[in-house]
Design a protein around this ligand. Structure first.
Ligand SMILES: NC(=O)C1=CN([C@@H]2O[C@H](COP(=O)(O)OP(=O)(O)OC[C@H]3O[C@@H](n4cnc5c(N)ncnc54)[C@H](O)[C@@H]3O)[C@@H](O)[C@H]2O)C=CC1
Ligand SMILES: NCC(=O)COP(=O)(O)O
Length: 332
């Protein structure tokens, strides 16, 4: 029998808990695989009542979750204080949010769960409580280091054959040029190529690398990073036998017909990668972390405080994240 997927509860004041409840309520029609939430059972009971959802919530262990899932939402309780205030930022719940991620990762690393789906966190709420990681992606790399050096975290947003990866992730835009190095670009592409093959079954991934500057630097006239950093990295990768092109001008690279020629586009910074994919597929895209020993997916959206507690947020991206984690762990 398959192990359940682990879902971390995310920010209690955001839309994550209600999307989990809505998807659980429809688990039979949607033919969802079993999952268990690492979180706060009482919060899920209260949120279900607030939204009028007929969901029974049962605190249990990950090992019991597969059986519980038939009749109740399995929640592995992480304790802590979690107020039920949709849309209101609170420092009180930060410990439980962090513990939820930590426990879900641990259950996935030990094999009690077969993959991890994270519900959105509110990053500023966690920073205010002392969380020192920019986001899940970087935190997961550290949690998965298993005593060694943290892995290079690689964020990928994906919808069908459209995949976009930022080389630098949650960093101020003014720091991007200084953070980009030939090795960082090359190592990111290597991880993308490796995981597209291993986790997505793409035998020889075709990867495009976007330039940093307008027109990929126009031969050095509009910034030198493309010639001095990106181009040498691409040549290194080509010498290693990878199917990589670049640096390509980013403004036309994401034109859907152009984008579709590649299995993935590696971009230089967060918004360069995420704006195109959220523009064409906000409701359906999935955020996947590459380079980890575990599978981790997430909806592409955030906490959507403006919709929290209303039941109006779309569960589609969350559903796509569950399906992708299911598919990625089913083929292993
Ligand atoms: N994986 C994660 O944990 C992520 C966390 N975040 C965090 O979420 C917080 C809020 O970020 P924002 O930039 O405001 O992005 P957001 O995605 O929460 O909201 C942006 C807009 O999209 C709408 N929206 C979001 N999800 C929706 C859904 N499921 N259905 C319908 N409409 C939806 C919202 O109502 C809002 O108008 C930040 O702290 C951010 O860091 C953002 C993205 C991913
Ligand atoms: N915009 C995507 C995003 O910020 C997701 O970050 P992470 O928490 O999954 O690292």
């Amino acid at each position: 029998m398959h192990k359940p997927l682990a879902i971390s509860m995310g920010e209690p004041a955001g839309v994550g808990p209600e999307l989990i409840l809505q998807l659980f309520e429809q688990r039979r029609e949607l033919e969802l695989p079993a999952f268990c939430v690492f979180g706060h059972a009482e919060l899920f009971r209260t949120r279900a009542a607030r939204l009028g959802l007929e969901v029974t919530v049962k605190a249990c262990t990950a090992a019991e979750a597969q059986d519980v899932f038939e009749t109740a939402l399995p929640v592995v309780d992480v304790g802590g204080l979690v107020p039920d205030h949709p849309g209101e930022i609170s420092a009180v719940s930060a410990r439980a949010v962090i513990e939820s991620i930590t426990a879900a990762v641990s259950a996935t690393l030990t094999g009690a769960c077969r993959g991890l789906v994270t519900a959105p966190i509110h990053k500023a709420a966690l920073y205010n409580a002392g969380f020192r990681h920019p986001g899940h992606t970087e935190f997961l790399a550290e949690l998965c280091a298993q005593g060694g050096k943290p892995r290079l975290p690689v964020m990928m947003l994906a919808h069908g054959g459209l995949r976009a990866i930022p080389v630098t992730i949650h960093v101020p835009i003014r720091d991007v040029p200084d953070l980009l190095t030939r090795e960082l670009v090359a190592e990111t592409v290597r991880i993308v190529a490796h995981d597209l093959k291993k986790r997505f079954g793409i035998e020889e991934p075709r990867i495009a690398v976007a330039g940093l500057n307008p027109h990929a630097g126009e031969g050095g006239a509009i910034g030198r990073e493309d010639q001095e950093i990106v181009m040498p990295a691409v040549l290194d990768l080509q010498h290693e036998g990878l199917s990589v092109e670049g640096p390509l001008p980013a403004d036309t690279l994401f034109y859907p017909a152009h984008w579709a020629k590649y299995d993935a586009v590696v971009a230089m910074y967060h918004d360069q990668a995420l704006i195109p994919i959220k523009t064409v597929a906000f409701e359906d895209a999935v955020n996947v972390t590459l380079g980890l020993p575990i599978v981790r997916t997430s909806p592409d959206h955030g906490t959507a405080f403006d919709l929290a507690g209303t039941g109006k947020a779309s569960p589609k991206s969350f559903l796509a994240a569950i399906r992708m984690a299911d598919a990625m762990t089913a083929v292993r």
